[in-house]
Design a binder for this molecule. Structure first.
Ligand code: PMP
Length: 380
């Protein structure tokens, strides 16, 4: 079944399953995206939702400290121009090339609604950010998935066919694989009649951004976030960079839905974060160093993984199953992410934490894997 057929079947099913009261037949039933767990409490190691283990720039603290409740009385600037201008300056673009939203989820959802308005299927990888099919179903957008290669890399040739648009994360999630820019460009060259969205939520951890291609491809939209490299997941800021035509189209859709998406604290704290480039570089480099060290240690413990350029690793053990490891880690209050779907159920996605957190994770794994007798005979 393709995306459109699934949506129609879902509606029919909802009608029969929920026909108890007459009004229920008109309810839009969807299967929602499931975000990672947010366990509360002090003594736990949280490596399950790709957050940054370090605080945001100290400039963000200053901005928030200076906020007075009276500042919240009025509506914020609907165009969020302070934040838009800071981002435009940072990337050397015009403000007309920047769209901001409530996390990149908001920006991506808005982009699906704006750009994927064709009867042809939108294409994205089979193993990717699990929100893409959810937006497609919500908005009734037909879609088809392109299987990743066996090593989890994207084959650009898979996107060389008639479609209603293309979207992929780079680096991909949850694999961490980075698609080199010349291959991103190959996808763009084959798809000049549709909008191509590159979701760069994790680009700052060692990838090369497609922002440099914006001048040549008016149909390219690059989406990024403050949630990972800028350590501001709680503030909810995302943005899209593209040609003025694409950005204007997104704005028209946004102003047809909710004009004031960006709160005043988000606008001001976001602006302050973008302007503190030195802090940003330093914390990103720390995470990259920790990641590279974790790669070495995990390989020594018998794990294999695609070569991640993100702030997480997608790991699989030679002999011990992922679900078993997930449960064992969880019992010690170490949270990582396990996905049960096809092709990924042998893997754990582990966010890069501080050196101390990674040390605890590695020490636990070392002991656990060293003691098969204690574990019983649960090896795969
Ligand atoms: N894209 C990808 C690939 C992601 O993994 C995430 C994080 N869940 C997002 C977008 C959305 O992040 P946010 O809404 O916090 O910007």
């Amino acid at each position: 079944m393709n995306g459109r057929e699934r949506a129609v079947a879902g509606k029919a099913e909802a009608r029969t399953a929920h026909a108890a009261r007459p009004w229920e037949k008109n309810i839009r039933r969807v299967t929602p995206y499931v975000p990672g767990e947010q366990p509360q409490g002090g003594r736990l190691i949280k490596l399950n939702t790709n957050e940054n283990p370090y605080p945001p720039s100290p400039a963000v603290r200053e901005v928030l400290k200076a906020m007075e409740p009276d500042m919240l009385r009025k509506y914020p600037d609907p165009s969020a121009s302070a934040l838009v201008n800071a981002l435009a300056g940072y990337y050397g673009l015009n403000p007309e090339q920047v769209f901001v939203g409530v996390g990149s989820d908001d920006v991506l959802g808005m982009a699906f609604l704006t750009f994927f308005n064709s009867d042809r299927p939108v294409l994205f990888p089979d193993v990717t950010y699990s929100f893409y099919p959810v937006w497609a179903e919500l908005f009734g957008i037909p879609y088809e998935t392109c299987p990743l290669n066996a090593d989890f890399t994207i084959d650009p040739l898979d996107y060389d066919r008639a479609n209603g648009g293309v979207i992929f994360p780079n680096p991909n999630a949850p694999t961490g694989c980075f698609l080199p820019l010349r291959q991103v460009e190959e996808i763009l060259r084959h798809n000049q009649d549709v909008v191509v969205i590159v979701d760069e939520a994790y680009i700052d951890f060692g990838g090369e951004s497609a922002v440099s291609l914006l001048g040549r491809y008016e149909n390219l939209l690059v989406v990024q976030t403050f949630s990972k490299s800028r350590a501001m997941a709680g503030m909810r800021i995302g943005y899209a960079l593209g040609s003025p035509g694409l950005i204007k189209a997104m704005q028209d859709v946004k102003y047809s839905y909710n004009s004031y998406t960006m709160s005043l604290p988000s606008i001001l704290a976001g602006e302050a974060a973008v302007k503190d480039e030195a802090y940003f570089r330093e914390s990103v480099e720390k995470i990259i160093r920790t990641r590279e060290n974790a790669k070495r240690r995990l390989a020594e413990l018998g794990f294999t993984f695609p070569d991640s350029k993100a702030n997480f690793l997608f790991i699989r053990h030679r002999t011990v199953g992922a679900k078993e490891l997930y449960d064992a880690l969880r019992s010690k209050q170490i949270y990582v992410r396990y996905f049960s779907g096809p092709r990924v159920s042998d893997y754990l996605r582990v966010t890069i934490g501080t050196d101390g957190e990674m040390e605890e994770l590695l020490r636990f794994l070392e002991e656990y894997l060293d003691a098969p007798a204690k574990r019983g005979s649960r090896q795969k």
